[in-house]
Design a protein around this ligand. Structure first.
Ligand code: NI
Length: 255
């Protein structure tokens, strides 16, 4: 089994969903689907029920924190209690790339969701962090008590990766690692301990080579793994073995 820890299968536009699912099943890939807004947590909840190979995270994404209300955590709690396929909180975090005008609101909603994950028994956090490396670690250090965390679509330096690993945070690598000019991500993928490595696609975005320019899909996670194997001078089976073992440790239901 191969595990794709971040894949918006529900957001495909060009690829029919049934085709994407068939491609996952053909290669024995399990994918975890994140949500983005306080409304689409319901959509993700229903969507993952339809396909055996899908699981989900619910949470409110930094760019969508304005959709977060007093009711959101109550909604999240009832979804988690009713659907065992919701296995983490995400994607949540901080993004200072597009719009810095509501940094404080981003932080507030991030903190509330971390505390919620802690209260729910330590549900894993799927973290979106873009140009907000210092603040993200500061908040995790202060507020995260008992939840494991994944840095999704890792885009930081090797130094930042080491800071994450020191804290037990997993590093999830996506299609960017296949881009010729992505020297930072390649360096991280080549050098971090295998015990902290995870695979993802973040489809429909960030399509790996050789499909760059087309719509990304979940099954292309194999191209991510192949590139990482090449960078580490090992075989792809070793990458699958390690990343599946790591994901199963985080999410025992996948075992
Ligand atoms: Ni995403």
């Amino acid at each position: 089994m191969i595990i794709n820890t971040h894949s918006h299968v529900n957001m495909l536009r060009e690829t029919p969903i049934e085709t994407a699912i068939e491609n996952l099943n053909k290669q024995n890939i399990t994918a975890i689907v994140p949500s983005s807004t306080a409304q689409d947590i319901f959509e993700v909840n229903e969507f993952i029920k339809k396909y055996d190979c899908l699981y989900g995270y619910i949470g409110v994404f930094p760019e969508e924190v304005k959709t977060f209300t007093d009711k959101t955590l109550t909604d999240m709690e009832s979804l988690i209690r009713s659907n065992p396929k919701i296995i983490g909180i995400g994607e949540i975090g901080l993004d200072y790339y597009w719009d810095k005008s509501f940094k404080d609101l981003q932080k507030e909603v991030f903190i509330k969701q971390i505390e919620f994950a802690n209260e729910m028994g330590g549900l894993p956090l799927n973290i979106h962090c873009r140009e907000a490396f210092g603040d993200t670690l500061e908040i995790l250090d202060k507020y995260n008590k008992n939840s494991k965390a994944i840095m999704h679509c890792f885009s930081g330096s090797i130094e930042f990766a080491k800071e994450c690993i020191k804290r037990g945070i997993y590093i999830s690598i996506g299609g960017v690692v296949t881009f010729k000019n992505a020297s930072k991500v390649k360096e991280v993928a080549a050098n971090i301990p295998l015990e902290y490595l995870l695979l993802e696609t973040d489809d429909p975005y960030l399509t790996p080579v050789p499909y760059r320019g087309k719509e990304n899909q979940s099954a292309y996670v194999t191209y991510v793994a192949e590139e990482i194997a090449k960078l580490r001078a090992t075989n792809v089976e070793e990458i699958y073995r390690a990343t599946t073992e790591n994901a199963c440790k985080l999410f025992p239901i996948l075992n």
